[in-house]
Every structure is written in C-alpha cells, then in structure tokens.
Design a protein around this ligand. Sequence first.
Ligand SMILES: Cc1ncc(COP(=O)(O)O)c(C=O)c1O
Length: 447
Amino acid sequence: MKTINRRHFLKASAIAGAGLALAPKLSFAQGTQSNNKPVLLGGRKPSYNFSRWPIYDQTEEKALLEVLHSNKWGRLNGSITTKFEAEYAKIHGTAHSLAVSSGTSALYTMFGALNVGPGDEVILPVYTFVASYNVVVLNYALPILIDTDIETFQIDTKKMEQAITPQTKLLMPVHIGGSPADIDTILAIGRKHNLPVIEDACQAHLAEWKGKKVGSFGLGGAFSFQSSKNLNCAEGGAITSNSKEFIDRCYSFHNQGQGGTGTSYEMGSGVRGTNLRITEFQAGLLLAQMSRLEQQARKRSENAAYLTRLFNEIPGITPAKLYRGTTNSAYHLYMFRYDQSKFAGLSRDRFIEALSAEGIPCSRGYGQMNSSDYVRGLASNKHYLKIYGEKTMKEWLERNQCPQNDKLTKEQSLWFTQTMLLGERSDMDKIAEAVRRIQKFAKELKK
Ligand SMILES: Cc1ncc(COP(=O)(O)O)c(C=O)c1O
C-alpha cells in the first residue's frame, strides 16, 4: 500500500517536473527571511540540515569486523560478495548481479564480455562523467558523443539514432543525475537496429521507469559505489542483467578469463580477461549501507519533488524535466537551468557565488567534454591514427559537435548534490528563499 502511494506521489511530482500539469501554488511567507538581504550584501547566513556523507553506525563497523575476523577477505574465499549480489539483483528486479571493483570496471567488464574493440563505434551522451567515455577508448573503440536534450539533461534520442552506422557496436545511454534517460525510445532504437543496450546507471540506484528499476532494461546495467554515490563503499561497482550467459561472460572477464570455480578457462579461446574483483570488505559495507538505501531514496525523492514545486514558481529557474515514463529518479544530482535574463543579467557564476555565501553549495556541473583537450587529443593518438586513419579521426571531431549541450553547459546548467536532498523539507524552503532573495537583489549583486 505504501509503495502504491509513493508511486502515485512520485508520478505526480514527475509530471509536475515535466511541466505537464500545474503544481499547486505554494506559500513562501512562513515567517522566513524572504525580505532580508542576501548574505553577500550583509544579510544573515541561514543554517541548514544538509546531510553528512557517508552515513554509518555500528552496522558498518560490525560488518567490517566480521569480514576481518573471518580471515576470508576476497570473494574467491568468502561468501559475503555472493550474498550482496543476490540482494542487489533482488532490489533491482534482475535475475543476476555481479559485483566488481568500480563503476568503470562494471562498464569495462561488459565491454569485455561483448568483445568491443578497434573498429567498433559506441554511442553515448556527451553530458556524462568522463568514465563513460574512458571505457570506450580503453578498448580502442570510437566514442560517438551525442548531443543533450536541453530540457532533461539526458541523451537526445533523435540524434542518437542518426549517429548509428554499420560500425556501431552498442548503445550506451547514461541515466544522468540519477534520472532515467528516455528508456522506451532507446530500447526501440536498439531493437530496430539490432544493437545491444548497456545502461550506464552509475548514478541511478533505485531509479524507476514505469515501475521497474533502471539497470534491468538493457542487456546489462552498470552501477558505481564510489564515495559520492547514493550507495557507497568508497570504491566499487555492480553489473545487473537478466541474461545468465552474459553475466557468466562478465564473471569470466573480471576474473582473468576464468569461471566461478577459478580452475578453468571456461569462456573458450579468444576471449580476454583481467582482475576487477571486489573485496569482501566492500561487499560487507554495501550490505550494511543497503539497509538505509530505500529510506534515503524516498527522502531524496520527496524533497526533490517539493523543491521542484517551489522552483517552478521562480521565473528563470527551470528544474530538469523527467520523461513521462519516470516513476522515480534517484536524484544523485538535482539538475536545473538558470536564465540570467530573469535575474537582471546576474551571471551564472555570480549566482553560484551568492548561493554559496548563503551556505548552499551549487555547481555548474559537466561542461563540453567533446571540446576538451583530453577528448580532442584522441584524434592525434598514434594508435587511433593507425586503426582509423587521419581522415576518419578528422571526421570524428566533426561528428562530435553538440550545440545544444554547448548552450546548456556554457550558460544555464546548475546542480545540487544528493546529500542536500537528505536535509529537511524546511531546507528546501530555505533554498528557494535564498534564490528569491538573490533574484530580488540581483542588480545590487552584479559586480
Ligand atoms: C555516469 C558515470 N559513469 C561511470 C562512472 C564511474 O564509476 P566509478 O567512479 O565507480 O568508476 C561514474 C562515477 O562517477 C559516473 O557518474
């Protein structure tokens, strides 16, 4: 019953976020300091209840000590990793899960299992953490960076389909910020062109599309448990899949080409492998952290939905929309757009400065990965020139142009982090009030 109520609530908030229905009017008075000056102009700095991170107690301590005293510290000796995998698959509604050493390892392992290599093209969004790009390049495949749907911050599926060539090996959407990409459309493109879909769900623990968890739609899903993530064991990752054959291949790749028994090269000749195993300490820590995961996810969703309703009332602040199929976002990031014309021309950087003075951390987020020296340098990498030739690499630079992403990231995009959403509802009120204060005094705040 609880779940149904929550789903309905989230659905309503997702729709409000998508601007498809008008959210009820909210009152901003509430005895607060909306008439006060911003801190930068001498106002008083409010206090907040943003969460510390990570959150832990004796549960984690006990889990770590149990592994320590068991003398079984690695997955090949112990049983905690297997237990974690069973739990992780269960909460994601997949038949299988494989724990690995990081989110990057999860992606890299799936690429290994699919035998991605030189000459292959992989389609992914430009608006993502650089790890998504790195795994493609580690395999000497060609990363095709797709422009952004400016309203959702997610991959533009129209441009995704247009980028497919006979060399395309797989589609790798990223559920950026923890919000689902347009899954139905991406799966339809995959089916139409007979291409596997690998979901980079590294930021999207427990996010849902039409009531099913992300990471359960494609051939495989990748999750990260790096320190900042909504589920954290310092460094770690997991693959989710419904295919036994695929997960066995992944197991073998992450375990030096060997199967679960560790005694034979079970995947046959010609396949590759490495060591990307997780430890029992990480698995123990993850099981302990998972005891709080759902409650934390609920709190983030509720606060984010409330903040979206408040922000929808502020001209010049536009929360990232959620696609219609979204029944839950993981809200690893709270992403929104800033329009300086509604703030008397106050620059985005100055707005960030003013918010930060109010005690509200805010960042511009990802930039233009396609035009970074790091990525453009690939066109002169000697191995890439050998594999693809100068003409293809020059064309590749052209193919990676992303004008919508340029517009979004150079002028508009902003983020809050997940720990802020673990604060109280009153903190969301305070965030909105601070934004209103800055808007009201925008002229004075301009340098
Ligand atoms: C979208 C995305 N993909 C991949 C990764 C890589 O995960 P990890 O840092 O665990 O290797 C991250 C981590 O930040 C990420 O945000």
